[in-house]
Design a binder for this molecule. Structure first.
Ligand code: SF4
Ligand code: SF4
Length: 119
């Protein structure tokens, strides 16, 4: 995914996910410190690619598995598959998962990415 494509997802995430997030600053932007940057900022590309790797399904577990195997292994998850952030309910991907999936799939649908790509 190139930078311009990734920026489409970044803008949509900031507009639709950050808007719901308790860590959002009242005037806009994110309140999390540099030592604890949100995975939607640090790992947006593998998050998007994980979601787009899932075939059409209503099974949320398919998305969870894709994210944990393709993204979380590059993020803060340990070798045993545990993540302290997730356990503390402090991971925005996990906390706002349905919204993250919807936002990513909407951008992909609009721009012909993933399973919406022209053959
Ligand atoms: S923690 Fe993540 S989702 Fe929440 S406001 Fe910050 S960047 Fe957005
Ligand atoms: S659950 Fe943990 S490893 Fe997975 S995206 Fe969130 S912070 Fe990263």
């Amino acid at each position: 995914m190139n930078t311009a494509e990734l920026d489409l997802y970044r803008r949509a995430v900031r507009e639709h996910v950050c808007r719901l997030c308790l860590d959002r600053r009242p005037g806009g932007g994110c309140s999390r410190p540099e030592s604890d940057v949100c995975p939607l900022e640090t790992h947006l590309e593998p998050i998007v690619e994980s979601i787009l790797s899932v075939r059409e399904t209503d099974d949320i577990d398919a998305y969870v598995q894709a994210l944990r195997t393709q993204n979380c292994t590059q993020c803060r998850q340990d070798e045993d598959g545990n993540c302290e952030m997730r356990d503390l309910v402090a991971c925005s991907v996990d906390s706002y998962l349905l919204c993250v999936i919807e936002v990513v799939e909407d951008v992909a649908r609009q721009h012909g990415h993933g399973r919406w790509a022209a053959n």
